[in-house]
Ligand binder design. Structure first.
Ligand SMILES: [Fe+2]
Length: 179
C-alpha cells in the first residue's frame, strides 16, 4: 500500500504526518509541487513480461503524460534482489541529489521510496504498484528500495542522455531510513 511520511528535516524521529490515503498523499505532495497519482492497470501484467510488452500496455498513459510534460523517451528498469552490483547502485540512488529534468517514475511491480527534501521537511513517499510520481527538476531527493529490492519501474525522460544525478554532498539520507 502506498504511504507518505513527512518529517521536519531536523527531527527524524517525529513525523508530522503519516498517511496511506492516496488522495491525501497526492494533495500533500501537490502542495510542494510534486505530482503523485494512481494509474489504472491495463489488465494482467506478469513480472516476467518483456520491457516492450510493459511499455505497450501503458502506451496510452505514457502518450498522454509525455504530451503534457514534453518527455521524449521511456524505458523499463528492474531491481531484483541483492545482486553483486546492487550495493554500489543503491548508494548512487540513496545519496541526496537533484536533476535538471523532472524524475518521472511509474511503479509497475513491487515498491520503492522516493524521499524529497524541501521547505525544511522530508517527504518519504513509499510507492507501490500503480503509483506515478514526478520529482520536479532541482528538487533535492533520494531513492531507496532497501537491501533486497524488488520493483519494475517505468522511467520517462525528457533529457536523452538518461539519468544524471547532481549530488548535494549532504548525508541526510542516513538520518531518514525509509519506512
Ligand atoms: Fe533522482
Amino acid at each position: 500500500m502506498s504511504r507518505l511520511t513527512v518529517y521536519p528535516e531536523n527531527n527524524p524521529g517525529t513525523p508530522r504526518l503519516r498517511t496511506e490515503e492516496p488522495e491525501v498523499i497526492a494533495a500533500t505532495l501537490r502542495q510542494v509541487g510534486v505530482r503523485f497519482e494512481r494509474w489504472d492497470f491495463p489488465g494482467e501484467l506478469s513480472p516476467d513480461d518483456t520491457s516492450d510488452t510493459i511499455l505497450a500496455a501503458f502506451r496510452p498513459h505514457l502518450d498522454a503524460l509525455m504530451g503534457e510534460c514534453g518527455a521524449g523517451t521511456a524505458d523499463v528498469i528492474r531491481l531484483r534482489g541483492a545482486t553483486e552490483a546492487y550495493p554500489a547502485m543503491r548508494q548512487k540512488f540513496i545519496d541526496e541529489h537533484t536533476h535538471t529534468e523532472d524524475e518521472i517514475r511509474f511503479f509497475v511491480h513491487g515498491a520503492g521510496n522516493f524521499v524529497l527534501h524541501l521547505n525544511g521537511e522530508v517527504y518519504d513517499a513509499h510507492c507501490t504498484e500503480g503509483d506515478l510520481i514526478s520529482v520536479p527538476a532541482g528538487t533535492k531527493h533520494w531513492f531507496d528500495a532497501g537491501t533486497a529490492p524488488y520493483c519494475t519501474v517505468l522511467r520517462v525522460f525528457t533529457d536523452t542522455t538518461g539519468w544524471t544525478p547532481h549530488y548535494t554532498g549532504e548525508k541526510i539520507s542516513a538520518l531518514f531510513p525509509v519506512s
